[in-house]
Structure formats: structure tokens, C-alpha cells
Design a protein around this ligand. Structure first.
Ligand code: SAH
Length: 346
């Protein structure tokens, strides 16, 4: 019977060093291999040309390198690029490169499908199949970094965990991927340029604060009234706003870093004065800013972007209360790459 080989990239540098010592070689060999795997992004042991042939063969007998493969790449007329990424077990996730004049942002997935059930999001229609491994998240970022260099002649500047999945339901692997992304042996990016977006899992938000993470936190709020929020994000029944509020206060107390609230205004759902007032109240709990996101229709017309008047109403009322508010235009709509549209259609 063939023994299932282990994915070598699941090993830490320390474990790789130990592996070589156990096999009668020098610990230093582990550093070399680690560099090939992460800094040089080797896809096969044969690529590791500074190792002897015997060492490469020995690695090949013991391990595999489960690299992702970019199956298809679509380019939007606004420059946005969407990758359909095939994983070693055949499943597919999507990631997006979003260029602006000054930055290039990678939007990456953290799960195949999603654990949550937001009714306005195309990803929620897919079953959650599994969590992504740290290296599968890292590879998405590395692939987009390459595309950024190729098409825009500059490195990736920002990363948002706003692709498929709920990052806080795959917390350990997300943290490990960020460690790789920020380490000098990985992409050496500053955690200040990374934003993790969550629908709000209070227990994990508190854990993040305890872990003293250095990246930014965004919360997909969409309503500050429990009944409304539960009707569009049913998991809010399990994690109600009072628990969310408490976890955000804890986060701010520990980290002193402001929160970004993502918010879509829909006609007939959250476009009334009482919705605005509730948001203003919620914004008083911790220092924050609000990003009003354009709605990207996902099919059946159940949700409609609110009227421009309703949106202007939000903006003027928030500003009247000194709350910073930005309006975020959608990117990559023509290739189904915008927020909430990732659903492996291609
Ligand atoms: N699960 C995480 C990250 C993925 S969603 C989270 O909930 O934050 C990324 C963002 O897109 C979230 O703010 C989400 O609420 C928003 N979104 C989902 N569907 C959308 C749609 N159809 N149009 C606009 N934004 C949408």
C-alpha cells in the first residue's frame, strides 16, 4: 500500500531542521529547504538546485508540495483580475487583484464556500467544503503579487481577507498565513497593510485582541438593529449585536486600533431613519469609520441597492455626528469579482 506523503509546507522551519537532523544531515539543510519553499516559491524538489540529487530524492520520497494552480484568470475592463485557484484536492476558490492609481490590493479567500449564511452574498449559496490551509492562503497572495508585478510593475501593497469564507471561522490557519505573509522569508509585508474582514464572531475577536495581532479589523455590519440584521445575516441570532459590541470594546481597549464597519444600504431593508440612528449609536461604542459598499446584485432581485437619496441621507447624518464615512465603488463587476459575487461561476 502506498503511504500518503505529507505536505512539506505544513512543517515549520524548526520541524524541517529536526527532520534533517533525524535523517543524519545538518539542521542547516532545513533552512535551505524552507527558503526554497517560501522565499523562492519552489513547486517541485527538482527546482531546489542548491541541494544534492540524493537530498532531493529523499525529500521526494517523504513529502509532496501541494501548490495551488491558477486555473483561469479573468481581467475586467477596470483592470481587476480574478483568479480561479485549483487546490490539490480539486476544489476551487477565487481571489482578486484590485488595482488603483496608488495601490494594488489582493482580496483572498479563507474557506472553500462559507460557514455563514448571509442572504445577499453569492458565496453563501455554496456549501462550506473545508478550511483553507495556511499555504493555500499564502499561495493566493503570492500569485497575485506576481500578477501585480507583471501587469502593474509594482508589488502588492495591501491584502484584504474579503474573498470566500469567514476568516474567523478558520482563525488558526489565517493567523499562520499572515505570519508567513509578513515574515522576511515570505513576502515581508507589514501587517498594517492587511485587513481581516468578519461578519463578527465575538469570541474570536476577543482572542485576536489577546493575541495582540497587528493587522486591521473590519466588521460587516449592514445593520445595527438585531431583528433586521438577523433577517439578512441569520447567524446574528447566535452572535447578537450586544455580544459583538462587547467584543469590539474589548478589542479597542487592548489594541487601541479603530474598526472599519462595512455597510450596504438596501431599499426597504435598512434605508430608514431608525436604521441610520441605530448605526450612529453603534458607532459611538468604539472609534471607527464606515465604508458604504455598493451592492452587487447576485441574481433573484430580492435585494436592491437603496436610492441615492437614502444613501445621501446616511452620509449626511453620519457626518453630522462626526463619523468618518467613505463610499466604496465596486470593482470587477463585469467578471463577477466584486464583493459578494465570488461563487466559482466559471
Ligand atoms: N466573511 C467575511 C468576508 C467575506 S465578505 C465578512 O463577512 O466580512 C466581504 C464583504 O462583502 C463583506 O462586507 C460582505 O458583507 C460584503 N458583501 C457580501 N455580499 C455582497 C454583495 N452582494 N454586494 C456587496 N457587498 C457584499
Amino acid at each position: 500500500m502506498e503511504v500518503k506523503k505529507k505536505d512539506i509546507r505544513a512543517l515549520s522551519k524548526e520541524e524541517l531542521r529536526d527532520f534533517f537532523v533525524t535523517n543524519g544531515d545538518k539542521a542547516f539543510r532545513g533552512n535551505q529547504v524552507y527558503e526554497w519553499l517560501w522565499t523562492k516559491s519552489a513547486h517541485s524538489f527538482d527546482d531546489m538546485t542548491s541541494l544534492s540529487k540524493d537530498t532531493r530524492q529523499m525529500l521526494d520520497q517523504n513529502f509532496v508540495i501541494n501548490h495551488i494552480k491558477v486555473d483561469t484568470m479573468q481581467r475586467s475592463k477596470d483592470g481587476t483580475v480574478k483568479n480561479a485557484v485549483r487546490l490539490h484536492d480539486g476544489l476551487v476558490v477565487e481571489s482578486v487583484l484590485i488595482p488603483t492609481k496608488t495601490r494594488t490590493t489582493a482580496c483572498v479567500s479563507s474557506q472553500v464556500g462559507c460557514s455563514l449564511d448571509c442572504r445577499f452574498c453569492a458565496t453563501s449559496r455554496l456549501k462550506r467544503m473545508r478550511n483553507l490551509n495556511p499555504d493555500e492562503i499564502y499561495d493566493q497572495v503570492a500569485a497575485i503579487n506576481k500578477e501585480s508585478l507583471l501587469y502593474h510593475n509594482r508589488k502588492l501593497s495591501n491584502i484584504v481577507f474579503m474573498g470566500m469564507g469567514e476568516p474567523l471561522m478558520n482563525y488558526n490557519n489565517v493567523i499562520k498565513s499572515i505570519e508567513k505573509i509578513t515574515s522576511p522569508e515570505g513576502l515581508g509585508m507589514s501587517p498594517k497593510r492587511i485587513t481581516v474582514s468578519t461578519s463578527g464572531v465575538p469570541k474570536i475577536i476577543k482572542k485576536m485582541a489577546d493575541d495582540d495581532v497587528k493587522f486591521n479589523l473590519a466588521v460587516s455590519l449592514h445593520s445595527a438593529i438585531d431583528a433586521v440584521r438577523t433577517s439578512i445575516m441569520p447567524f446574528n441570532a447566535t452572535f447578537p449585536l450586544k455580544d459583538l459590541k462587547e467584543s469590539l470594546e474589548y478589542w479597542y481597549e487592548k489594541t487601541q486600533r479603530m474598526i472599519t464597519y462595512e455597510y450596504v444600504v438596501w431599499g426597504g431593508i435598512n434605508d430608514k431613519k431608525e436604521d441610520i440612528n441605530a448605526l450612529i449609536q453603534f458607532c459611538k461604542y468604539v472609534p471607527c469609520k464606515v465604508n458604504l459598499i455598493e451592492y452587487n446584485p447576485i441574481d433573484d432581485g430580492e435585494f436592491q441597492q437603496a436610492s441615492p437619496e437614502a444613501i445621501n441621507n446616511y452620509i449626511s447624518n453620519l457626518e453630522m455626528h462626526d463619523i468618518v464615512v467613505n463610499v466604496r465603488r465596486s470593482r470587477g463587476k463585469d467578471i463577477d469579482a466584486a464583493c459578494g459575487q465570488l461563487a466559482n461561476k466559471s
